[in-house]
Design a binder for this molecule. Structure first.
Ligand SMILES: Cc1cc2nc3c(=O)[nH]c(=O)nc-3n(C[C@H](O)[C@H](O)[C@H](O)COP(=O)(O)O)c2cc1C
Ligand SMILES: Nc1ncnc2c1ncn2[C@@H]1O[C@H](COP(=O)(O)OP(=O)(O)O)[C@@H](O)[C@H]1O
Length: 322
């Protein structure tokens, strides 16, 4: 597995390539990567993905760009899990944004990456002003030594799978739908950092997870957590999570992800956890005082335990455990 952190003339072996942002690495992306691997294998090429960092919309309109489903690390892990041979991370900067579609084809695809087979989505646009499309790629493919295949849309329940459909499902608390489109429960990972040390005092210690991006969902959730189990970090532990600004405690707080694990009393500061979001319990509220908040957290915990008791097949399907 190779990761190219800039596009220079890396590829000695000709490659089969697909290009995209791959935010979320959802079931549509996974189908595309499976087709890429299959074609690369048939043609004796390396299966390679080109992705952009930052996301082009974060570069052009940083304040209006959609929230990310996956940070760079999570996206890379998702791509690596599919078993492709290499990932080329293309720095999306002003030089790259100015590149004409013609030069992208001749200079990047042909001369630098030696692309011999190219897979693109049906809505793929590229080059300055998004002027390049699949018709242009088809027209220039022979003279640049590659063939082009257009991937048809992948549908789930008659809807095209897309990162924006997943963002919308998460924003409205529809975690079942988000999980179906992603092919796994939505998750956030990060290190456990220090919080306000209030959790232990009120009877609900919470591991505070460092957030790298503005999260696409808010509220109180049933979660399963990888990385905390002392004997086997690959076995998840059940818990509840709060993802919000904690209005009861702070006036102008930033979003914080906190997880309370059931029947657990270990020190896990500094550990890297993966939090899988299984079910939304409610929206975050501002309570009159801490004792009212504590009574509500007790109800949240009871409901979450009920979820694990009554929906074992559901949980089983999502996580492959219990
Ligand atoms: C299940 C659960 C639900 C929560 N719900 C809310 C809420 O509705 N409003 C709120 O202000 N804080 C809520 N919190 C956050 C608590 O205020 C927070 O866990 C507490 O301040 C401890 O923070 P610390 O870990 O930084 O010490 C919730 C926490 C948990 C675990
Ligand atoms: N059941 C539990 N769930 C989550 N964290 C726990 C639990 N029991 C102990 N811990 C530990 O306690 C810490 C949370 O305690 P807390 O008082 O909320 O402190 P902080 O405000 O620093 O998060 C966690 O980071 C973890 O190391």
């Amino acid at each position: 597995m190779h990761i190219w952190r800039r596009i220079s003339a890396h590829a000695k072996t000709p490659i089969a390539l697909t290009i995209g942002n791959f935010d979320g690495v959802h079931v549509g992306h996974q189908a595309m990567l499976a087709r890429l691997k299959d074609a690369a294998h048939q043609l004796g090429l390396h299966a390679c993905v080109m992705t952009f960092e930052p996301h082009p919309r974060e570069f052009f309109t940083p304040h209006q760009a959609p929230v990310r489903l996956t940070g760079l690390r999570e996206k890379m892990n998702g791509l690596i899990r599919t078993g492709i041979d290499c990932i080329a991370i293309c720095r999306f900067n002003s030089d790259f944004a100015r590149l004409s579609p013609e030069r992208f084809i001749t200079h990047i695809l042909n001369q630098k990456l030696h692309v011999r087979w190219l897979l693109i989505g049906d809505d793929f646009r590229f080059g300055a002003c998004r002027a390049g499309d699949s018709a242009m790629l088809q027209a220039r493919s022979a003279e640049n030594g590659f063939t082009v295949e257009v991937m048809p849309s992948v549908l789930v329940d008659n809807q095209r799978v897309s990162s924006s459909a997943i963002r919308q499902a998460l924003a409205t608390g529809n975690l079942d739908k988000a999980g179906k489109l992603l092919g796994r429960p939505y998750n956030i990972s990060g290190r456990v950092i220090d919080g306000d040390k209030l959790g232990r005092q009120i009877g609900f210690p919470t591991a505070n997870i460092q957030l790298r991006h503005n999260p696409p969902l808010r509220g109180i959730f049933v979660v399963s957590v990888y990385g905390a189990n002392p004997s086997s970090p690959e076995i998840p532990l059940p818990g509840v999570a709060s993802l919000g600004v904690r209005p009861t405690i702070h006036a102008n707080g930033k979003p914080v992800l906190e997880v309370h694990l059931f029947d657990f009393n270990n020190e896990i500061y500094g550990q890297r956890l993966q939090v899988d979001f299984l079910h939304k319990l409610r929206n975050e509220e501002k309570y009159a005082d801490i004792s009212t908040l504590v009574r509500q957290i007790e109800k949240d915990v009871a409901q979450a335990k009920e979820f694990f008791m009554t929906a074992p097949t559901h949980f089983n399907r999502l996580c492959g455990v219990f």
